[in-house]
Every structure is written in structure tokens, then in C-alpha cells.
Ligand binder design. Structure first.
Ligand code: NAD
Length: 486
């Protein structure tokens, strides 16, 4: 073990054991699969290279960033306390070390929780770096596991799940350091930067732009494509860019980064803007948020004949690779978004298959995407553009949060709910929300799409008043031009 709080044990010797399932990687995909397989009564080994379970999501992604976001929201509210009738707060100051300590406390608590869940479900957790060694013999796969003390163990299992996750991509020629940051370095800065340039306006880029703007940084956001959050519905991109600009974020879309250089006391980023003009910006730090690359180069895929495509592994609807008994789940899977909840569900689907239990494949058009900016984004299903491109005749219902009572109470009127519905039968094809509570309300959208609900049914589905979810009811009604509150 690397430290006293570690939750992952060093490997025992397993010469005579054949596990039902061995899982490489203890992030959300791997640990969820391990728990579910344990619940099914399978004999499971979970192999994790680092000294704690939880992966990027728990230690460098979803959880720590949302912890920081909560601090950022509190901080913003405190700045505007008098609007809410709270006076005489004096001059609030940000204790950054306390902010970081709270974040770390949350991740540690959850890592310990995972340790408990592994014991509860009788999962054997092994610390070390696992590699495939060769084709299965009599239906049994082998892995070697290299531990930090230099020892090597062999572990055998009838089924293998590859769940090794992903790393932040860098721009060519750059290496992360104390000024050129990825999602990892930015989480341990000794103090919040006064100025930050963010390259890439996907989820990582817009979330950190939003968080550090709330903490008072001058933020410049550079996106190569013509719009921010390019995978979202075009109306969402437009409205987020508008609100970001209103919040003082300097947003450049269609921007081509030419160089990133260290200066005496910070960084300088040269870029060509959408009008072809050469521009240059200086800041304390730069965050590179241009996507994540699957971590599959070193795990011995070649030994078993799996040929990845730019690192991604192809699977069938049950997450099984071309090699029987070897499955891939999480960020390394080709054709699925790199989201913790998708990885976790992939793990549950694959575990059910291996256990011979009933399972349902993941549907690409039933995945909620949540981006934790201010204001938030929640979306699921087809964008308007994708629905039309797929040949659907669509009707659109759009309802602004300006007409929602709860949004008024919260003082949060930016954004809207947009429904993309099939014109003929009224089936909901997509829901796109920008605004308060978007990441929570989107859960309803996934459920209604899963149940193939129609606009006619939904406009008679009671939503409590006053709630943010009520904006959904108005948006369904808006498909037929009959929103009550707009
Ligand atoms: P991403 O692929 O989502 O976005 C990267 C963005 O960078 C794209 O818009 C791309 O056009 C842009 N880009 C690429 N090269 C560029 C360049 N040279 N100059 C300017 N722009 C450039 O990647 P990400 O934001 O790093 O996130 C990685 C993965 O993690 C994604 O799958 C994302 O969905 C996931 N993630 C999800 C959440 C969430 O669900 N809340 C949060 C963080 C990350």
C-alpha cells in the first residue's frame, strides 16, 4: 500500500483460483461491474493500478469538480447576499486551502465507501498493473499483474472486463506543468488563478471556465469549432455562449490555437480568430481541455488479437469485444460517450450477460448528458438537427425559465427547456435544457423517452408547483403552442 488511507490491497497469490470475472480498472465502469457481478454471486477480482478505487471520476473528474462548483455557487451567492436581504457580511474572503481540503475529504470518504462495498460484495481487490498475456486456454484468460514493489502475479478468469479509462489529451509539443494544466493539475492549484485561458469548449472546458469565473478569474475560452459545447443542440450552444459573455467570459469560437508559450510569470496563447485575425492572450494559467484518449496502449490487446481504433475498443451490444469472454466498458469503448454513468451502465449490462441474467443493451439516444456550468446543461436524445437528419418530421416546444416561478424565486432566469418531438405521433425524441436544475430535471426526460411517452400524454402529467420541473410541462405543451406560462 502506498499510504495509510489506501483502499486497495497488494495482490495475494492466486495459483489455484479461477475467477468467474476479472476486471481491469477500478473506476465507475469497473467498480460498478464488480459490485453487480458480486451481487449475482460471481467470484470477482478487481485489479486497480493506483492505491485507491474510484478512477478519474472520483479523484480527478466528476466528484472533485462538482465539489468545487458547489463552493463557487456559494461564493457567488455570498457576493450577492444583499439582493437576498442578507446584510453586514463584511468582506468575505476565500480560504482556498479549506476549499481544497473539503474537496479531498469528499473523495476520500467515497473511496472508503467503495472499499466497504467491495468487501460487502466479496470482491477480491488487487493492487497492480494488469496486462493480457495471450489467448484463452480452455476458456480461461490469464493476466499478469505487476505491483509497485516490482513483483508479478498471474491471475486467471473465465471472463475479463477491460475498464482502464482515459487520460487528458495534450496539444502537440506540450506537457502539463504548474501553468499548462489538464483536469488533474487544475484541481490542486495552490490558489485560484487570477486569469485563465481555456482551450476547448467541451464539458471540461466550459465547467472550469464557469467555476473559475465564479471565483473571480478573467477567463478566455477558445474553441476550434463554430460553437461552444458542440455536441449539444445548437440552441443550447448559442444560449450558453450568450450567458458566458454576460458573465464576463471572453468566448472565441472558430479559434485556431497557433502556440502556447510560457512567459516570465504566466502563459501566452496565440490564436487565429474566426475572422482570420492573429490574436494573443496572456494569463496566469492555461487549461488544455481538448478531449480524452483511451488508456489501452499498454494492456496487451495485441496478445489476444484485439485491434483498437485510435485506442478505442469495438464491442457488440453486450459490450463484448471480438474475442469471446473479453468485454470492454467505460471510456475505452468505441462509439459511446466518455461519461461515468455510461461506463457504469455498460458494466452492469456486461455483468448481467456474464452471469446469464436478463439485460438490456445501452441505447445511444437514451443517455443523459449533464454539464455543470452556471447555468447548467441537461440533455438527452436527439438534437433538432440530428432528428431532422435522421428523417424525422419534428415539432419543437421551447419554454423559457423566465416563465417559471421557481426560477424567479432562485433568481435564475437564463435558459429554456427545448423539446424535440415527432410531428406525427408526438413521441419525445430529444430534450435539451439550459438553466437552473437542468442536470436534475433531465432525469424525467430519460424516463419519458424510455417509456416512449407522447406529448398528448405528457401535457396531462401533473408536475408540482412551484418547481423547476414544471418547466418541462410547459415545454411539452409548447410543442402544440399551448404553454400556460409563456
Ligand atoms: P470534449 O471532446 O468533450 O471537448 C473538447 C473540445 O475541444 C471540443 O469542442 C473540440 O472541438 C475542442 N478542441 C479540440 N482541439 C482544440 C484546439 N486545438 N483548439 C481549440 N479547441 C479544440 O473533451 P473534454 O471537454 O476534454 O472532455 C473529455 C470527456 O470527458 C468528454 O467525453 C466529456 O463529455 C467528458 N466529461 C464529461 C463531463 C460531464 O458529463 N459533466 C465533465 C467533464 C468531462
Amino acid at each position: 500500500m502506498a499510504d495509510a488511507t489506501a483502499s486497495v490491497s497488494t495482490p495475494a497469490n492466486f495459483p489455484d483460483t479461477i475467477f468467474d470475472l476479472a476486471i481491469l480498472g477500478g473506476g465507475p465502469a469497473g467498480y460498478t461491474a464488480a459490485i453487480r457481478a458480486g451481487q449475482y454471486g460471481l467470484k470477482v477480482a478487481l485489479i486497480e493500478a493506483s492505491d485507491k478505487l474510484g478512477g478519474t471520476c472520483l479523484h480527478w473528474g466528476c466528484i472533485p469538480t462538482k465539489a468545487l462548483l458547489f463552493n463557487a455557487e456559494l461564493w457567488e451567492h455570498i457576493q450577492h447576499a444583499s439582493e437576498f436581504g442578507i446584510d453586514n457580511l463584511g468582506t468575505p474572503t476565500l480560504n482556498w486551502q479549506r476549499v481544497l481540503a473539503r474537496k479531498s475529504g469528499i473523495t476520500l470518504k467515497h473511496a472508503k465507501g467503495l472499499d466497504f462495498l467491495m468487501k460487502k460484495n466479496k470482491v477480491t481487490v488487487v493492487q497492480g498493473y494488469g496486462r493480457l498475456t495471450g489467448p484463452a486456454a480452455d476458456g480461461v484468460h490469464s493476466l499478469t499483474i505487476a505491483t509497485s514493489d516490482g513483483a508479478t502475479q498471474t491471475l486467471r478468469a473465465r471472463n475479463l472486463f477491460l475498464a482502464t479509462g482515459s487520460d487528458a489529451k495534450m496539444l502537440p509539443g506540450l506537457k502539463p506543468d504548474d501553468r499548462i494544466l489538464t483536469n488533474m493539475e487544475i484541481l490542486t492549484l495552490p490558489e485560484p488563478p487570477k486569469s485563465l485561458i481555456v482551450i476547448g469548449a467541451g464539458a471540461v472546458g466550459v465547467e472550469f471556465s464557469s467555476i473559475f469565473r465564479s471565483f473571480g478569474a478573467e477567463v478566455t475560452l477558445l474553441e476550434f469549432l463554430p460553437r461552444v459545447v458542440p455536441v449539444e443542440d445548437a440552441d443550447i450552444s448559442k444560449e450558453l455562449a450568450r450567458v458566458f459573455k454576460k458573465r464576463g467570459i471572453d468566448v472565441h469560437t472558430g479559434a485556431r490555437v497557433e502556440s502556447v508559450q510560457r512567459t516570465d510569470d504566466g502563459v501566452r496563447v496565440a490564436f487565429t480568430d474566426s475572422n482570420g485575425r492573429a490574436q494573443s492572450k496572456d494569463a496566469e494559467k492555461v487549461l488544455i481541455a481538448v478531449g480524452r484518449a483511451p488508456r489501452t496502449a499498454e494492456i496487451g490487446l495485441d496478445k489476444v488479437g484485439i485491434v483498437p481504433d485510435r485506442g478505442f475498443v469495438a464491442v457488440n451490444e453486450w459490450m463484448e469485444t471480438a474475442v469471446p469472454g473479453i468485454y470492454a466498458i467505460g471510456d475505452i469503448v468505441a462509439g459511446l460517450p466518455q461519461l461515468a454513468h455510461v461506463g457504469a451502465m455498460a458494466g452492469m449490462v456486461a455483468a448481467a450477460r456474464v452471469a446469464g441474467r436478463q439485460a438490456r443493451p445501452i441505447r445511444r439516444d437514451r443517455i443523459p448528458a449533464c454539464t455543470y456550468t452556471e447555468p447548467q446543461i441537461g440533455s438527452a436524445g436527439l438534437t433538432e438537427e440530428a432528428a431532422r437528419a435522421a428523417g424525422h418530421e419534428v415539432k419543437i416546444g421551447k419554454f423559457p425559465f423566465a416563465g417559471n416561478s421557481k426560477a424567479t424565486i432562485l433568481g435564475s432566469h437564463d435558459g429554456f427547456v427545448k423539446i424535440v418531438a415527432d410531428a406525427k405521433f408526438g413521441e419525445i425524441l430529444g430534450v435539451h435544457i439550459l438553466g437552473p436544475g437542468a442536470t436534475e430535471i433531465i432525469a424525467e426526460a430519460v424516463a419519458v423517452m424510455e417509456l416512449e411517452a407522447t406529448v398528448d400524454e405528457l401535457i396531462f402529467t401533473i408536475h408540482a408547483h412551484p418547481t423547476l420541473a414544471e418547466a418541462m410541462l410547459d415545454a411539452y405543451a409548447a410543442v402544440d403552442g399551448m404553454a400556460i406560462n409563456a
